[in-house]
Design a protein. Structure first.
Length: 261
């Protein structure tokens, strides 16, 4: 009990009441998207009971320990920016994780990121956010982004900059094309080698449409739109009721000409 009191004094704790009040859900298992930004949270409490959680924003808090997150097997998008996290070990169990933002924390070495190498779906990793002036001690190393790319070959974006995928492949293609044109421009140093057989610019099947992927961010947008639409409908219903009451009140007033003085 004394330990719990000390923890409560040190900062806010996530409770079932907080989760239900924030989402409107009656069961923690029903929560799919959760935003607890800037709530002064220091302890994750019962967050691990949200077994189906897919999208989580805990930015701007005082979180240091991530233990309960290890139970979130469906988690795809996680924002932990501006906290006090040094160890990411529990996230190694979040096998569905696709996007992770830990800018503005205490990650100081690449060794602290090795626990994430088993996350095969991880595509976006952010340790630094120049616009928000957030970083980690690791970002002081001049070649940390190159080291991250080597450690996580499946990443498509590091610190918000695309490093692989169709966008970067097109960039590399244009750069190679510019280089080849520069060498073969017809000047004095132009190559006298015979032209080689033309090769395709991209691999076979490159332009074939990819199967659509489920997006937790799109689900959040649809949810918010649905909530706004429902609110508009409720306001419209209330307006209709008010108008109907006013009409009844006006219709039931006696005729002033009927009074006898």
């Amino acid at each position: 009990e004394e330990e719990e009191e000390e923890e409560e004094e040190a900062g806010g704790r996530i409770t079932p009441q907080l989760l239900k009040a924030s989402t409107g859900e009656f069961a923690l298992e029903s929560i799919l998207l959760l935003r607890l930004r800037g709530r002064g949270i220091a302890h994750l409490g019962c967050l691990g009971d949200c077994a189906n959680l897919e999208w989580l924003d805990l930015s701007g808090n005082a979180i240091a320990q991530l233990g309960p997150l290890a139970a979130l097997k469906s988690l795809a998008v996680l924002n932990l920016s501006r906290n006090r996290v040094a160890s990411l070990e529990p996230l190694g169990s979040c096998h569905n994780l696709q996007s992770l933002n830990v800018a503005g924390n205490l990650v100081s070495s690449l060794q602290q990121l090795r626990c994430l190498t088993g996350l095969r779906r991880l595509e976006s990793l952010r340790l630094r956010d120049p616009l928000a002036r957030l970083a980690n001690p690791l970002c002081a190393a001049p070649a940390y982004r190159a080291a991250l790319a080597d450690m996580f070959p499946g990443l498509k974006a590091i610190d918000g900059e695309r490093v692989s995928g169709r966008g970067s492949e097109l960039y590399q293609l244009c750069r190679d094309l510019d280089s080849s044109l520069g060498r073969g421009g017809g000047g004095a140093g132009a190559s006298t080698e015979p032209p080689r057989a033309a090769q395709p610019w991209v691999e076979a099947g490159f332009w074939e449409p990819r199967p659509p992927r489920r997006s937790s961010i799109m689900e959040e947008a649809y949810k918010q739109f649905g909530e706004v639409l429902q609110e508009c409908r409720e306001l419209s219903r209330r307006a209709d009721d008010t108008i109907a009451q006013a009409e009844r009140a006006l219709g039931s007033r006696p005729d002033p000409n009927s009074y006898v003085f």
